[in-house]
Design a protein around this ligand. Structure first.
Ligand code: FES
Length: 572
């Protein structure tokens, strides 16, 4: 018997009052001694009715349970915090680390031998994996899957790329209220997460490349029966992982992160992955500097034609072969021998995958673009880096120099952006300050500042926008994000004033503020930090401990492997 299998079995076998109590209470839940003699598999469920994207996970949990029972395990489900993008305020990102701590401590503290993690909406996936990686017991990620495509008058709709696009058209007066309402009614038509290559699609796809999810996890639609079969298979496979004692620390290697970054660029994935992957890597002691994202971007062609940078959505990608087919195309660029939760290598996992639609998944030698969809920028405005999804940007704006128009925070944007008297031209660079991890707080997804209505009405649909915020993976435009260090700790973004010339050059990976060092020093001398957003509770812990974006916004005290490793037996 493996060490992990005996973790739960020894717990129930204990002598004295501890063993008696554990068996008595478990028996009272309807189980028998034979159940307690099997490896206990936790099903970590982020189901919540406050989170549409995860609201169908109870059914998947039942499928996981069936699989665990089929393989001779003892399944018990438990809840953890569920973070929904649509309802949670001020931003779900504020609570990602809280959810990761919840997951870690529930895995660590309960007598589990292994765990299947059910996630879906944007933050639930990285949070669960961060926690599971730190706890380091055998684990498999299972996501709930993407929504089906939306349809309206022959057009395919996608959340939430079309939420934004149609709102901009409505603001510009290009569509009427009736059409706008019809889009609302036809956009989201099933269970699941947003179906463009937004953050949830990206992160749940990257789980396959990291090797912590079964093949198919990324693209099988939420309402497709094969999603249920995948969950059941994960239930069987976790018992195998426990028997073989295969843990996240053996799977989440530097090579696995290279594989994930390669997939990220090849599918034009979300900028948010450039926050979440360093946070996950930090949990297993893998150094993942922003430079690695740029190195891999330059050698990885964009081969998946996915919205918001391309034409298709997750349902289409699934029919075209799914993430296994994308990974098979990418094999020459991947560490194919990386271990995965199937117990086999990544290359073995995708050996039988086939592409059935070459307009969706292109071959490596005929890509949509020769390089990946995301770039890392540097310059005196972002000494520690910034991110742009150039695949979803306007090519003409990727080399641009213009005067800054500065908004000091999100409230300032709300108050002035659509003011008819706003002195703004298409050449302006919109700058948003105080929207980073500390200043936001929580680095909200507001980096895609709206285009001023008066310019929208003139037909303008994109401008250069720069901030220390994030943006939704479903957003598009020439938008520079994650500027580090952030405004609230005195990064150069804090010193920008209206009229300053800013230069963006994506090809040269440059973001430059054309203001002299002497002038910047003078401005710094009179700069002062904004008051803290929280003075008590979790918010205060967050402000005290959160790292900047290049380190994934994890808490400083959560990075690194636990030197003690997993807790094998309870102390008392
Ligand atoms: Fe959950 Fe978009 S709101 S994935």
């Amino acid at each position: 018997m493996s060490k992990t299998a005996s973790r739960s079995q020894d717990f129930f076998r204990a002598e004295g009052v501890a063993g008696l109590t554990r068996r008595a209470f478990t028996t009272a839940s309807g189980y028998e001694p034979a159940d307690m003699a099997r490896p206990l598999i936790g099903i970590c469920n982020t189901f919540s009715e406050l989170n549409h994207c995860n609201s169908h996970l109870r059914a998947l949990s039942e499928a996981v349970k069936r699989g665990v029972l089929q393989a001779g395990g003892f399944p018990l489900e438990f809840p953890t915090i569920s973070l929904g993008e649509i309802y949670l305020s001020p931003t779900s990102m504020l609570c990602r680390n809280l959810a990761a701590m919840d997951t870690e401590e529930m895995i660590r503290g309960n007598p589990l031998s292994g765990v299947v993690l059910l996630t879906n909406c944007d933050k639930t996936t990285p949070a669960a994996l961060m926690g599971a990686a730190s706890a380091d017991l055998p684990a498999i990620m299972v996501s709930g899957g993407p929504m089906l495509n939306g349809h309206y008058q022959g057009e395919i709709l996608g959340a939430c790329t079309d939420c934004r696009r149609y709102t901009a058209e409505y603001e510009a007066g290009a569509i009427n209220a009736e059409t706008y309402k019809a889009v609302e009614a036809n956009l989201v038509r099933s269970a699941g997460h947003c179906m463009v290559m937004g953050t949830a699609s990206t992160m749940n796809s990257l789980m396959e490349a990291l090797g912590v999810a079964l093949p198919g996890n990324g693209a099988i639609p939420a309402s497709d029966s094969r999603r249920t079969q995948l969950a059941q298979a994960a239930g069987r496979q976790i018992v195998q992982l426990v028997e073989r004692d295969i843990r996240p620390s053996q799977i989440l290697t530097a090579e696995a992160f290279d594989n994930a970054i390669t997939l990220l660029h090849a599918v034009g994935g979300s900028t948010n992955a450039i926050v979440h992957l360093p946070a996950i890597a930090g949990r297993v002691g893998v150094d993942l500097p922003l430079a690695r994202f740029d190195e891999i971007s330059r050698r990885t062609p964009l081969i998946a034609n996915m919205r918001p940078s391309g034409d298709y959505q997750m349902e289409d990608l699934f029919y075209a072969g799914g993430i296994p087919a994308v990974l098979k195309e990418l094999l020459p660029l991947l560490h194919g021998d990386a271990l995965t939760v199937t117990g086999r290598s990544l290359a073995e996992n995708v050996a039988d995958a086939e592409v059935s639609n070459r307009d969706i998944i292109r071959p490596l030698d005929d890509p949509l673009a020769p390089e990946g969809g995301l770039s890392i920028l540097r310059g005196n405005l972002a000494p520690d880096g910034a991110v742009i999804k150039h695949a979803a940007a306007s090519p003409a704006l990727c080399q641009h120099r213009g005067p800054a128009l500065v908004f000091k925070d999100a409230d300032d944007v709300k108050a002035r952006i659509h003011d008819p008297a706003l002195d703004v031209t298409p050449d302006h660079v919109l700058v948003l300050q105080n929207a980073g991890p500390i200043g936001g707080p929580g680095m909200p997804e507001i980096g895609n500042l709206p285009i001023p209505r008066k310019l929208l009405k003139q037909g303008l649909r994109d401008m250069v926008r720069i901030s220390d915020a994030r943006m939704s993976g479903t957003s598009y435009g020439t938008i520079v994000l994650h500027v580090a260090p952030e405004t609230a700790i005195g990064g150069p973004l804090a010193l920008v004033r209206d009229g300053d010339e800013i230069e963006l050059n994506v090809a040269e990976r440059r973001l430059q503020l054309h203001v002299s060092d002497a002038e910047l020093a003078e401005r710094r001398a009179v700069w002062s930090a904004p008051p803290p957003a929280y003075t008590r509770g979790y918010g205060q812990l967050y402000l005290r401990s959160v790292n900047q974006a290049p380190l994934g916004c994890d808490f400083d005290f959560l990075r690194g492997k636990d030197p003690a490793g997993p807790v094998w037996q309870p102390k008392f």
